[in-house]
Write a protein that binds this ligand. Sequence first.
Ligand code: PHE
Length: 338
Amino acid sequence: MEEKLEEIKRNLHEEIRSIDAQKNAEHLRIKYLGRKGIISDLMKLIPTLPIDSRADFGQQVNSLKREITDSIEALFKTVSVQAVPKVKVELFDITLPGKLPFVGRNHPLTQTIADIKEVFASLGFDVAYGPEVELEYYNFEALNIPADHPSRTDFDTFYIKNDVLLRSQTSTVQIRVMEKQKPPIRIIAPGRVYRPDTVDARHSFMFHQVEGLLVDENVSFADLKGVLYQFIKAYFGQNVQMRLRPSFFPFTEPSAEVDISCSLCEGRGCSVCSYSGWVEILGAGMVDPNVFKAVHYDAEKYTGFAFGMGVERITMLKYGINDIRLFYENDLRFLSQF
Ligand code: PHE
């Protein structure tokens, strides 16, 4: 009997040393100490023994049980410490597809401005910038819009104080560039403009424009038309048609509004183009001699053209976006489509 108890002890220690068993301390506990385990089997032997050896054997089994309990408890402790890294390694399934890092992208308006810059760069235009907080002079007077001019209401404006305002058009940059440079001039000027409009699907109190200005000797309306034609074909595609309608701006004479065939319905008529097949995308014209006068250019020697387009409008037409507010809400469900 004693030998048998010794053997059980030896087996246990051997099992504890083997790595498989260590992984499975719970399995060892059940095997030795469980209800149908080795110790319990030994206990069941007691009634079968001669009466005078029962007490002795019982004590031996009890002390074996304590020893085994201690060993297995110790094993639980080491296993639970070691198991932390092991479990982690096992949970890492190398066959799972990797998680893609979140990659940001350009805002659609940033992208449109970049696309516009690229087309005009290929036509030899530089990029110029001007301040958003402007003097009244650059937003109005120098652009041939004196205080009592009726068209001031077309450029409704946020005033900061007396003669300081948030620019309502990027045409301000025309003046700032011409004050600093002599012709020839070929620039585009992208940037934000502000108008106190009530926000709805088509209006915002802040939006973006890209201004264009070219001044040189012998610049004609045909040059303006040629440049705009190149831009429209490059940006909207070869199939898009362009048309010019006579219009009025204080700072250009003659002036035109430029339409393109509706890119959404391809000219057949839809709600975006009010079933006309055409949508207006920009204003343009030959620089008014009064503007040249304001920047001390010789209006006899130089002629030029200017144009201004709405970036939101162009982006909406190109991608079929029907609400301007989507640009400003930073909803990733919208932004991540670009
Ligand atoms: N500044 C005009 C507007 O905001 C657009 C324009 C620019 C028209 C240049 C003619 C020449 O409506």
